[in-house]
Design a protein around this ligand. Structure first.
Ligand SMILES: N[C@@H](CCC(=O)N[C@@H](CS)C(=O)NCC(=O)O)C(=O)O
Length: 328
């Protein structure tokens, strides 16, 4: 039997209820880009990724050929430059693009996910495997008691976000954040915490379609568009870990640009051995390789994959640390 292949050479490592993963699956569906998915458990270990090998523990991760992209900010940026025959979703005029970029920074680089995660149902942290796995994430222990105590503060913050969108950008009755006929990248950047939060048990006397009809209607339009788009494209090809690794290691590098900015304040030279890891959480999971590329907004390292040649791992600069191995 022929070995399975990944449509468009894309393999997405994801788990179904990942709020970040949904940013990518929604984007791919809306653009009609076909891909393969390798489903991951919501907690460590993730042996499928060790086959590559990737140390980074967050989800999602996207492979395009032998290039592996970490973090949805970078994944969306890369995908937006590819597949020119599928209409792109990014804002096109400078003001809208700035709004899109600011929303991304606030929603991902700001406190939003940490606060939203503080509202997960208590059943979730009653699972000892889950709470042990997430120890230390956002400086929390993920005990039931801690979650109960923090709930009021998290709800106040989240209510403020609903209020802000209801009275602010959606206040004039528009359908989408920067206008237009359909979901744009700005909606993808802005909506995912609302999408995540409204799947949890928010108190209906505080946050519901009654208090925030415009936000809920926007979310309903977004979910309907996602559903409709998903029905128009083939279902993603599902690959197990070995098949996914075979597809990736059996392909070529899809991106080979490799310059290191000599002006970069870190003063790193091309070819030095570095570790790349998230700055906020999961920092003990470090990818190590030779520095291939460094720019204001991206770092690229070549990682040796046991007898299978090198893969390139790409990460955004913001939110990631780069350390030269052996340098004090
Ligand atoms: N900034 C990252 C955040 C990714 C992230 O924090 N993912 C979480 C939620 S889906 C996760 O992977 N949690 C599970 C884990 O760390 O193992 C992105 O945009 O991709």
């Amino acid at each position: 039997m022929a070995s399975p292949t990944a449509p468009n050479n894309i393999v997405l490592y994801n788990y179904e209820f990942s709020p970040f993963g949904k940013r990518i699956t929604t984007y791919l569906a809306l653009r009609g880009i076909d891909y393969a998915v390798c489903q991951q458990p919501p907690t460590m270990p993730r042996p499928d990724l060790a086959l590559l090998p990737i140390a980074y523990r967050r989800i999602p991760i996207l492979a395009l050929g032998r290039n592996i992209y970490l973090d949805t900010r970078l994944i969306l940026r890369k995908l937006e430059t590819l597949f020119p025959s599928c209409p792109k979703l990014g804002a096109t005029n400078p003001q809208d693009l700035f709004v899109q970029q600011l929303l991304q920074k606030y929603m991902i680089e700001g406190p939003v996910f940490g606060i939203a995660a503080g509202l997960v149902p208590l059943e979730v942290v009653r699972d000892p495997v889950f709470s042990a796995d997430r120890q230390g994430m956002f400086g929390k222990t993920w005990s039931e008691e801690e979650l109960r105590e923090g709930r009021g503060e998290c709800l106040s913050y989240v209510r403020g976000m609903f209020e802000w969108f209801e009275e602010g950008v959606l206040g004039d009755g528009r359908m989408w954040v920067v206008g237009g006929e359909g979901v744009g990248m700005t909606d993808i950047e802005a909506i995912w915490p609302f999408d995540f939060l409204t799947d949890m048990h928010l108190p209906p006397d505080l946050i519901s379609p009654k208090q925030y009809p415009k936000v809920y209607a926007w979310l309903a339009r977004y979910r309907a568009a996602r559903e409709q788009a998903s029905n128009l494209v083939p279902k993603p090809t599902v690959l197990d870990g070995q098949a996914a690794a075979n597809c990736i290691l059996g392909s070529e590098l899809a991106e080979t640009s490799n310059s290191v900015d000599e002006q970069d304040p870190l003063g790193l030279k091309q070819g030095v051995e570095v570790e790349v890891y998230p700055a906020d959480w999961g920092s003990e999971y470090r990818d190590r390789g030779r520095l291939v590329g460094l720019s204001v907004d991206e770092v690229v390292i070549a990682v040796e994959s046991k007898g299978e040649g090198k893969i390139w791992v790409h990460a955004p600069r913001t939110g990631f640390k780069i350390k030269e191995v052996g340098r004090k």
